[in-house]
Design a protein around this ligand. Structure first.
Ligand code: KG4
Ligand code: ZN
Length: 342
């Protein structure tokens, strides 16, 4: 079964062709990062316009790379939410037009459910093989818009164990990078600087570790970094390149420590023996290393970076399960910026 996947929920225009929910025949992504970086974050109106400009060329590239034509496609899967409404609408309308013309099923996909499906996509460079990854498993979803810990009992069955109370993990990376004048998106920049900084230079708070819940909160940590930097500036101390690296490494250490500690809690609570770390922040080298060293007793899977950040292979990958469950949509499908995970 050949599925065309379309993803436009934020600032990546992506199309992919995936066979039988596993084999990626093409995975084409047009990142808008350069257009948004001068504004220090994603500008929704600009994102929608760029999706409109990019979606047809990206579709053509995805079909070309897969070596197929539109008539070979068995179904069209599209991110229906959550995300930026103007961005989502571009993908949804394109998917509806294709489904209508080709007379093929239209499969609406939840963006987080798709991130959670990523470990089942064949990827030789993933951390942990996809061949023997199976249900049930725990998913740590860490991206620019979401941090949550979700127990995936069986295909399409999700129990939210922990959720974002304020800033998502990626959002915290982006905001701290902005504070330090490092550019956008902040995650990869802080990640790189951290490799040269001292993670024990300053011990920032490990947020929300009191109590026994598995929710994630990064706003207090972000504020602690803001206070630290302002205090230095108020004292007239220059913040040199070495200091920036140390602050970045200390901040990243606090985020990583919190994510792993909360995940350990959730593993104990659910009894899960497998863990997938997905979403843009799963690219983080510190998180990948710490997960490998601290979570030895479970089967760990972290996709390669190209499948951690937003992509359409994960959208096409989940579609066969949705088709099996008869979860297709009529051509009246609408995007939903706050689509619940069901
Ligand atoms: O999953 P994603 O592409 O989009 C959303 O669904 O949000 O994630 C983007 C987020 C951004 O906040 C970015 O800073 C973060 O992932 N990110 C990273 C790294 N690469 C991307 N955060 C930490 N370390 C990285 N290496
Ligand atoms: Zn995402």
């Amino acid at each position: 079964m050949l599925i065309l996947g379309i993803e436009t929920s934020c600032d990546e225009t992506a199309c992919a062709v995936v066979e039988d929910g596993r084999k990626i025949l093409s995975n084409v992504i047009a990142s808008q990062v350069k257009s948004h970086s001068r504004y220090g974050g994603v500008v929704p109106e600009l994102a929608s316009r760029l999706h409109i400009k990019n979606c047809i060329p990206i579709l053509e590239n995805a079909l070309g790379e897969a070596g197929i034509g539109l008539s070979d496609i068995d179904a069209i899967a599209v991110t229906a939410g959550p995300g930026l409404i103007g961005s989502l609408l571009v993908g949804v309308e394109m998917a509806k037009a294709l489904a209508y013309v080709l007379e093929k099923p239209l499969v609406p996909v939840h963006h987080i459910a798709a991130h959670l499906y990523t470990p089942f996509l064949d990827a030789a460079d993933a951390l942990g093989s996809s061949d023997d990854f199976d249900y049930p498993y725990l998913g740590l979803v860490v991206s620019g818009g979401h941090s949550s810990i979700i127990f995936v009992r069986e295909p399409l069955s999700y129990d939210v164990i922990g959720r974002t109370l304020d800033d998502a993990a990626g959002e915290a990376f982006d905001k701290v990078a902005k504070l330090l004048g490092l550019g956008y998106p902040g995650g990869p920049i802080i990640d790189t600087l951290s490799t040269e900084g001292d993670p024990e230079f300053f011990r920032f708070p490990r947020p929300a570790m009191k109590g026994d819940d598995c929710h994630l909160s990064f706003s207090g940590l972000k504020t602690a970094v803001v206070r630290f930097v302002h205090k230095w500036r108020d004292e007239g101390r220059a913040i040199g390149d070495g200091d920036v690296k140390n602050i970045a490494a200390s901040f990243q250490a606090a985020v990583v420590d919190t994510l792993i500690s909360k995940t350990q809690r959730a593993l104990i609570r659910t009894g899960a023996k497998r863990l997938a770390i997905v979403g843009g922040v799963a690219c983080n080298q510190g998180l990948r290393a710490e997960a490998q060293s601290r979570l030895r007793r479970i089967k760990l899977h972290i996709p390669p970076p190209i499948l951690c950040t937003d992509n359409a292979a994960m959208i096409a990958g989940l579609a066969p399960a949705l088709l099996n469950a008869h979860r297709t949509a009529p051509l009246t499908l609408n995007a939903d910026a706050n689509l619940p995970l069901t």
